[in-house]
Write a protein that binds this ligand. Sequence first.
Ligand code: N2P
Length: 393
Amino acid sequence: MMRKYLWIFAFSVVALGACGKKEGVPATAAAPAAPAAPASAAVAVNSEEKVLNIYNWPDYIAKDMVANFEKETGIKVNYQTFENNEALHAKLVAGNTGYDIVVPGAVFAKPQIDGGLLAKIDKSKISRYSNLDSAIMEKLGTIDPGNAYLVPWAWSFTTVGINKAKVAKALGAAPNPLPLPDNAWELVFNPVYTAKLKSCGIAYLDSPTEVIPPAMHYLGKNAYSNDPADHRAAGEMLGKVRPHIRMFSSTMIDDLAGGKACVALGWAGDINIARGRAIENKNGNEVEALLPKTGGLIFFDTLAIPKDAKHPNNAYAFIDYFLRPEVSASLTNELGYATANKASLSSVKPEIAQDMAVFPDAVNLQKMVSPASFSNEARESMSNVFTHFKKGN
Ligand code: N2P
């Protein structure tokens, strides 16, 4: 219990530190305390055909979430997945996606908002909007002023994940205590380590904007630098570890859990899923998301409604359903991604609430990098660097 309040406090502190604003719901993000509406309020006045098309990341929804929503509302959900922000962005830019809800990372949301690709959120259609954590909404407000377009789905951080015994073996060390480098980023970016870990398998995320920012951060640069010189510097550094990388994948959970990869540059949430899956499979693999000394990169993934969505009212019904405390909590409990639904924290299992790889403590949160946006030119420049890096030239 105590730990949860500490966490809320911690995030508020970080948000305040970053924005230098007073605590509390910022005027711009003000969600008027909505009157308690029945769960189906939005659906009752809804003449849309009973269909909802959702486009989300893989392994990013609790087991019964869709089925329960369908049962309650009679709305049929078509659920499809994409593997990185670039793929979603390209679809949105092309238009006519057919989707009613998409889940962009906040890092990509700004160009989508500026490009007129998303619809403004009508907060009057979300009875539980005030369940959202004002500290997190304030942080998100730096990308989406007034929280006009984005409703947070989950948050986590990009970091390094390991399979303890395999890493110990590859480093020629004892697993307990495992002598890890002072800064966990070394395991994926320093060729002295990657050369040794090559034998047990290094996995990288498969996207320029997932790999270049942590690489710039490791080099002591701004992780969200728009300067092509910084992207090139990251590319040069990455070139030295390229021969040691076994796979590029945004769905590496089973590789980590099953032992095909022993080190990952990945998302803490997915590494948490891998940890759970290895335990379930009783294969003896012990997976862990590390907290790098210089900090991980925080990300927020958000629910957004494309401008041309055909079933926006069904989208609102889903968002309102998702903001029920027990529904938001099920995502965090099952997947190890943190929720921004403050009202759901008391439904989060104590062992998850206390897990630093899900809800990092104040000390670690302070060290982490908050998301920002890239210019179109910067995304293109990073994409070029990444393509060369992957090809190994
Ligand atoms: C995938 C979750 C996506 C997190 N399981 C990164 N945006």
